[in-house]
Ligand binder design. Structure first.
Ligand SMILES: C[S@@+](CC[C@H](N)C(=O)[O-])C[C@H]1O[C@@H](n2cnc3c(N)ncnc32)[C@H](O)[C@@H]1O
Length: 312
């Protein structure tokens, strides 16, 4: 099946990127290259787009989709937490635009064959970068009860993490849990019928999210990225970040706020002792949400939030 790009908030992202011909831009999460296509068209004829994705399938797809703009593009099979090193390797000291469209792509969900979807019977893998060592199968079959409860609670905000973990442990003692469908069925069976009817989401949703975050170390990678952010942008350069759940959004919100605030000295200090000055300013007072029309057309956009900040 072909790669599809169902970019979230494409018009909004394009508007807030504020691009002009000649800009140097980074798309940190190429996915189906939808946002990348609109970015490259806006910076021609002499702009440069660096495209990153940790999934080789996304890079292979980008090679095809972005082929007409080959001269203006450089692709990196890497993690966006390594952006400072990537820019350094290109001799670039600052860029005009950075885009992060977090989480997993439509292609990974539908064609990935890596167990991202609880509706499919696929090997429990969930690695976006298949060079990394940890798979969802290992997490489910080898983590201690305490660790499983912790990750389901912390990364899935799953209220029933203890009960679900106990059921998983019992099942894995009979035989290893191998596929996404097997795990999804265990989670459905462990959830009281009353609960299944009461909640709007599939009973496996939160556990699958937690596993994906753990396997790909998603929050840690995002935290690393946020640490260096302002120094990667030229003055007036913008960062647009689309998050899909509250854990991601919290990291983005606090990460941006820290650089907007500047001085971190206690209020009672007569003078600033820390020397931090504001380096970013928020372009949006509140995060932007997709329109209902977009959600109807692309349910994956449902929980997305766009935050935008500018280097000052
Ligand atoms: C939501 S999709 C991006 C969709 C894309 N913007 C489009 O228009 O089609 C997210 C992509 O980011 C990649 N990704 C997620 N976390 C990453 C990370 N830390 N480093 C590099 N790529 C990452 C995933 O492999 C996936 O392909």
């Amino acid at each position: 099946m072909g790669f599809e790009h169902t970019s979230v908030m494409p018009k909004e992202v394009h508007e807030y990127q504020n691009l002009k011909p000649g800009d140097i831009c980074v798309d940190c999460t190429l996915g189906g290259s939808g946002h990348a296509l609109s970015t490259i068209r806006a910076i021609l004829p002499n702009g440069t787009l660096l495209g990153i994705d940790q999934d080789m399938d996304a890079i292979d797809n980008a090679k095809k989709v972005l082929n007409p703009f080959e001269k203006n593009i450089r692709l990196f099979h890497s993690n966006f937490s390594k952006l400072p090193e990537i820019l350094e390797s290109c001799g670039i000291t600052g860029v005009n635009s950075i885009l992060l469209d977090l989480g997993f792509s439509f292609n990974q969900l539908v064609n990935g064959n890596r167990g991202f979807s609880f509706n499919k019977d696929e090997p429990l893998d969930m690695r976006m970068d298949i060079r990394t060592p940890l798979t969802a199968r290992q997490v489910i079959n080898t983590y201690t009860e305490k660790d499983l409860v912790n990750i389901f609670f912390k990364f899935g905000e799953e209220r029933f993490s203890r009960k679900l973990t106990r059921t998983i442990i019992k099942k894995r003692e009979e035989a290893p849990i191998e596929t996404s469908k097997e795990l999804a069925q265990i989670l459905v069976d462990a959830t009281p019928a009353k609960q299944i009817f009461a909640q709007k989401i599939h009973p496996a949703t939160r556990v699958f999210q937690a596993l994906r975050i753990e396997v790909n170390q998603e929050l840690a990678q995002l935290e690393t990225f946020m640490k260096d952010l302002p120094s990667l942008l030229v003055k007036g350069g913008r960062v647009c970040i689309i998050s899909f759940h509250s854990l991601e959004d919290r990291i983005v919100k606090h990460g941006l706020r820290k650089f907007e605030a500047g001085c971190t000295c206690p209020r009672q200090f007569p003078h600033c002792m820390c020397g931090f000055v504001p380096m970013l300013r928020s372009i949006l007072k509140k995060p932007l949400l997709p329109t209902q029309a977009e959600i109807d057309a692309n349910p994956m956009a449902r929980s997305s939030k766009l935050r935008v900040a500018e280097r000052i």
